[in-house]
Design a protein around this ligand. Structure first.
Ligand SMILES: Cc1cc2nc3c(=O)[nH]c(=O)nc-3n(C[C@H](O)[C@H](O)[C@H](O)COP(=O)(O)OP(=O)(O)OC[C@H]3O[C@@H](n4cnc5c(N)ncnc54)[C@H](O)[C@@H]3O)c2cc1C
Length: 561
């Protein structure tokens, strides 16, 4: 048998890329969908879905044709035409976010229509259809991102810190956008004139061709794009999870898939620290590695498929922790009531005490090394600060595109703090140099970082170098400031849980029950802490994911008590 033998069953079973994007369902699959929805006729000229529509239904064509269009001013771009057996929709079918494109009936016919809840019930219970639909939705969203086919135009400049922030927010939320660079694209000035904004206002975000936002904070972008519009923020939840890094997303997947009413609050973007990693190579099941963005993007879709709701750019600002009426207060002062709470707010890099640091953040100083930051430093000398695995990963990744990478460490080398596979790659790379006993002591530049100073801690000698890109990846501090005095913390601010809570800790906190706290339970019954924010946690994606799933098992016990 040779490779072109089409009688091989395996070859027929593997759908082509086009079939995965635009599958045609079988009669049996259509019958299963029809059993959950309604049949209705569609007439040529109908607009089934338009840009910005909320609570978009799911349509499967039985006959006729539907064109997916992207209107832009007076013109329309045809993205694809769906025919009998095919279905309309992409990732927003699962997230419940507003539509990005128009679905126009180009030939009359008949469809099966399911509302958002009916579609979620279908993908939660029918494994075969779940695989086909979820895969197509995610691939279609990837195509939209790659083509910049969204409802957002971003006008920015590579020299402007706000531009990188907005790009990161949109990218890590998986939202497609068209980027126009002030310094490179001729159309930028014409657009600025049309929307009556000036170059000084960048980054400028044009939302659905109508709303113009000047250097908007992330929450304003989320509001404009309707990221949170479909989510009720007031009703009592079985569990509120604070933080959508690997630990929080894992708790959301297990909680929602086991039937709990789950709300996740995320102050920035889903993915947490893991989302800022260029390549995670030690997470079980991914022998060739996976980017943090891809891993956590999948987890985000998975949690939503099971019905977890995730509020974006809405951080917890306070915990009302008087049992049994727990509530998490969010940015706007709203209180979300919860029967149980899982704290998964992780940690962030400790910022060195350097003058002007905040001025250069995202303008030469970065806390992540993803393709977005690496694009900014192509062909340049870059400096990575830190001796841990995240610094090692960043150095190896940046060496692919940078001219030279210098790793500054305070200790005498990397072997005690970094995994062996990374140390070996650094040693083998002709581009990476490690400077031991060395500390960053100064940042200079007008607008963008231009020069840095570092000190040799053995003799105090200070050198100045022309460096425009510094990646800071030093030890982490826990995100627990918002907890005030609700929960017992250790002396570094990490949350104490389970057997780590001493008798004195529990007495001081007024622990009210005869039983001791469960594993991962804090000094308040029904409030759990998981992942990097927890005292004693091993700072790994796998442990964060494991703890998220374990906490849910205990949440069930709390809800049954
Ligand atoms: C660059 C880098 C590379 C890494 N590489 C690896 C690796 O290869 N392998 C590995 O195993 N581990 C790696 N790690 C470590 C791993 O990413 C972390 O251990 C893991 O992300 C911890 O998950 P978490 O969910 O506990 O916390 P985090 O990932 O820190 O997520 C916490 C989330 O909570 C949100 N949050 C914070 N405060 C609030 C609030 N008040 N309200 C609402 N939300 C809030 C944050 O925005 C964040 O999204 C890496 C880390 C970094 C930074």
């Amino acid at each position: 048998m040779n490779a072109s033998d089409t009688s091989l069953p395996l070859q027929r079973a593997v759908p082509s890329a086009a079939e995965r994007l635009f599958p045609t369902l079988t009669a049996a699959q259509l019958a299963r969908i029809a059993a959950r929805g309604r049949r209705r006729t569609i007439a040529r000229g109908d607009v089934l879905v338009d840009i910005g529509h909320k609570a978009v239904p799911f349509f499967v064509l039985l006959s006729g044709e539907v064109q997916i269009l992207r209107p832009s001013g007076a013109t329309e771009t045809l993205i694809v035409t769906h025919r009998a057996g095919q279905f309309v929709g992409e990732a927003n079918m699962i997230t419940g976010r507003p539509a990005l494109l128009r679905a126009y009936v180009s030939e009359s016919g008949e469809v099966i229509e399911l509302d958002h809840e009916e579609l979620l019930a279908l993908v939660q219970t029918d494994a075969e259809l779940s695989e086909i639909l979820m895969r197509a939705f995610i691939l279609r969203r990837s195509e939209l991102i790659a083509g910049g086919f969204g409802d957002v135009v971003l006008i920015g400049s590579m020299h402007c810190a706000g531009t990188l922030r907005v790009k990161e927010f949109l990218t890590r939320n998986g939202h497609p956008y068209h980027y126009i660079d002030l310094d490179r694209d001729a159309e930028a000035q014409e657009l600025l004139d049309r929307f009556q904004v000036s170059a000084a206002d960048v980054p400028v975000l044009i939302c659905r061709g109508r709303t113009v936002l000047r250097n908007p904070p992330n929450q304003e972008i989320a509001d404009c794009l309707g990221f949170n519009a479909a989510i009720d923020q007031t009703h009592l939840r079985d569990v509120v999870i604070v933080g959508a890094g690997p630990a929080g997303l894992s708790a959301a997947v297990y909680g929602a898939s086991e039937g709990l009413d789950v709300l996740v609050l995320e102050s920035n973007v889903p993915g947490g620290q893991a989302g800022s990693s260029s390549r995670i190579e030690n997470y079980l099941g991914f022998p060739t590695g996976i980017s943090g963005q891809e891993l956590t993007g999948r987890a985000y879709a998975q949690a939503q498929k099971f019905g977890a709701e995730i509020l974006i750019a809405q951080g917890a600002t306070r915990l009302a922790c008087n049992a049994p009426a727990y509530a998490v207060q969010i940015d706007e002062g709203l209180r979300v009531p919860a029967r149980a709470v899982v704290i998964a707010t992780g940690a962030e890099y400790r910022k060195p005490a350097l003058e002007h640091l905040s001025r250069f953040e995202n303008a030469g100083v970065y806390y992540a090394a993803t393709p977005m930051e690496s694009q900014l430093s192509v062909g340049a000398d870059v400096v990575v600060i830190g001796g841990g695995n995240s610094a090692g990963q960043a150095a190896v990744f940046l060496a692919q595109t940078a001219k030279r990478v210098l790793v500054l460490v305070r200790g005498d080398g990397l072997t005690d703090t970094m995994s062996r596979y990374l140390v070996r790659r650094i040693d083998d790379s002709g581009k990476i140099r490690v400077l031991a006993h060395t500390e960053l002591v100064g940042l200079e530049g007008k607008g963008h970082l231009e020069q840095i100073r570092w000190r040799d801690n053995r003799d105090g000698h200070i050198e100045t170098h022309d460096v425009r890109h510094v990646f800071i990846m030093t030890g982490a501090v826990p995100n627990t400031r918002w907890l005030e005095r609700c929960i017992v913390l250790d002396d570094k601010g990490f949350i104490k849980t389970g057997p780590d809570l001493s008798h004195d800790d529990l007495t001081g906190a007024g622990w009210p029950l005869a039983r001791p706290p469960y594993l991962l339970e804090t000094s308040r019954p029904g409030i759990f802490a998981v992942g990097d924010v927890r005292d004693g946690n091993v700072k790994r994606v796998a442990s964060a994911v494991g703890e998220g799933s374990i906490a849910v098992a205990f949440v069930h016990q709390i809800l049954h008590q």
